[in-house]
Write a new protein. Structure first.
Length: 97
């Protein structure tokens, strides 16, 4: 597999992971309705919303690198690609693992 295909596959895998996390966070928020202890329910909801907010801002870095067809702009352009948000490492680098 060439470098562009590997990068594209890595980005698709990351998008799938983000979709799974988002779905599971939604399910957890719905389950909170079953918690009868109001203060506990409130604290749990605050924590989940905080995680969801952090997740949504980090997922923007992945979405901004994808074209309308879901293929990475980075894969199209090779190593140059668009600038990455701070803290977002290139696929295949040590800090991306």
């Amino acid at each position: 597999m060439n470098q562009k295909a590997q990068l594209s596959a890595a980005i698709r895998a990351e998008v799938k992971r983000h979709e799974a996390v988002r779905s599971n966070l939604s399910k957890l928020l719905k389950l909170l309705d079953r918690v009868s202890d109001a203060p506990l329910q409130s604290r749990l909801k605050m924590q989940l919303l905080s995680i969801q907010g952090a997740f949504q801002s980090s997922s923007h870095g992945v979405a901004c690198c994808l074209g309308h067809d879901g293929v990475s702009a980075v894969a199209r352009l090779g190593n140059g690609g668009p600038p990455r948000p701070a803290g977002m490492a290139a696929a295949g680098t040590e800090s991306a693992r």
